[in-house]
Design a protein around this ligand. Structure first.
Ligand code: 5GP
Length: 204
């Protein structure tokens, strides 16, 4: 049995990555989602243990000291900690389950360093205007926070050449976008590094 493959999905606030990744995992039970830990306050749409594990800064910093994270970062947009707990990711990979990490760009690059075969996908809105209006439409941040997130979005988008794939999340096409990402997952599974055993076992 092969190890699971790590897929990293990043995208600026307003790219709709949370919605797309949720739709993908709902439609395809062969893809798992890693639940991150964060120190930010829960939003109305969050659920403990589902969207995130929420915790305090003290607890998060203790876990850093204990080496409990595969990667973690203080997110530019709000100065809060976000991290990927090691335990669930390592378990899924060793069980051969492919897993998606929905994380920001610095975290994504850290994962790529540790797992060179990880596949990084950048999700974007169709254009800058739509990005701005999606950010405002969310209503969960004030104008100052929105301006900060826009600055962060600019920096994040500038890193797209470091990614393996770029996917545009068109307006009102969440399921299509999820399916496009799933088609990347299916194609990646056929890479020779994973499928070589098929030929090796021919015993001709
Ligand atoms: P939000 O507060 O909007 O849920 O997330 C803010 C940013 O943190 C997003 O870009 C999201 O992808 C990123 N993020 C979520 N979980 C993690 C994580 O475990 N590690 C890192 N590095 N970033 C994360």
């Amino acid at each position: 049995m092969r190890q699971g493959i790590l897929f990293v999905v990043s995208g600026p606030a307003g790219s709709g990555k949370g919605t797309v990744v949720e739709a993908l995992c709902k439609a395809h039970s062969d893809v798992g989602l890693s639940v991150s830990m964060t120190t930010r306050q829960p939003r109305a749409t969050d659920a403990e243990g589902v969207t995130y594990y929420f915790t305090t800064r003290d607890d998060f910093e203790n876990r850093i000291k204990n080496g409990e994270f595969l990667e973690y970062n203080i997110f530019d947009g709000n100065n809060e900690y976000y991290g990927t707990p090691k335990f669930s990711v390592e378990k899924s990979l060793s069980e051969g389950k492919d897993i998606i990490l929905e994380i920001e760009v610095n975290g994504a690059m850290n994962v790529k360093k540790q797992f060179p075969n990880a596949v990084a996908i950048m999700l974007t809105p169709p254009n800058g205007e739509i990005l701005k209006s999606r950010l405002r439409g969310r209503g969960s941040e004030d104008e100052h926070e929105i301006a900060e997130r826009l600055e962060t979005a600019k920096k994040e988008l500038a890193l797209f050449p470091k990614y393996d794939y770029l996917v545009v999340n068109e307006e009102g096409k969440v399921d299509e976008c999820a399916e496009l990402i799933y088609s990347i997952i299916r194609a990646e599974r056929q890479r020779i590094i994973y499928t070589k055993p098929i030929i090796d076992n021919f015993n001709l």
